[in-house]
Design a protein around this ligand. Structure first.
Ligand code: HEC
Length: 162
């Protein structure tokens, strides 16, 4: 039988180990580490886990450059603005797809100078994808829909609650 103080130390150690395991597991559930936009502003006030036609929830983040334009609806967005949309699988809570738009002066003047990017979760948890070139199939697909929001500088912002 170990001495009481050793027993105490062992109990603390066991509890700390359990906490660490829980934290690591929880982090995995939250999807990949996202340093690029971890401190950006989330535009949707409520996390939306409603299962619709596609079993995903979405969170949309904006960087500091574009924050005021989106929140105050004062368009166009300044150069350097970037929006990131996460699609989250409601069962695993993994982020499965990241779509993004960033404003790059002179990139595509006919369509608001937005670059469009799409990144999908790979088996190893990393993300693979690209920013589309002007005129590519992907670019035309993104622009095709987002032109419907041309009055708000090609962003829908339907989920912001205002
Ligand atoms: C079928 C139409 C459609 C297509 C195609 C489409 N989008 Fe969207 N997108 C939307 C709608 C509607 C919203 C707002 C609601 C939502 O988030 O689902 C949106 C929202 C976004 C947002 C958040 C900013 C905003 O507009 O409110 C980003 C970022 C985005 N889309 C990126 C992309 C990219 C990148 C592509 C191409 C790979 C793309 N979208 C293709 C319809 C579309």
């Amino acid at each position: 039988m170990p001495r009481p103080d050793r027993l105490f130390a062992l109990t603390v150690l066991a509890l700390l180990t359990a906490l660490l395991v829980t934290l690591v597991a929880a982090q995995d559930m939250m999807g990949p580490h996202r340093p690029e936009y971890a401190d950006w502003t989330r535009l949707n006030p409520q996390k939306n886990f409603i299962v619709s036609a596609h079993p995903t929830a979405k969170d949309i983040y904006i960087n500091d450059a574009g924050r005021d334009a989106a929140l105050e609806r004062s368009f166009p967005y300044p150069d350097g603005s970037e929006l990131v949309k996460e699609s989250i699988d409601v069962e695993t809570l993994n982020v499965t797809v990241i779509t993004a738009m960033r404003k790059v002066a002179g990139f595509d003047p006919a369509n608001g100078d937005w670059e469009y990017g799409m990144f999908e979760r790979m088996d190893d948890g990393s993300f693979g994808g690209m920013w589309a070139e002007v005129g590519s199939d992907m670019h035309q697909m993104c622009v095709g829909c987002h032109t419907g929001a041309a009055a708000t500088d090609y962003t829908f912002l339907t989920y912001t609650g205002n």
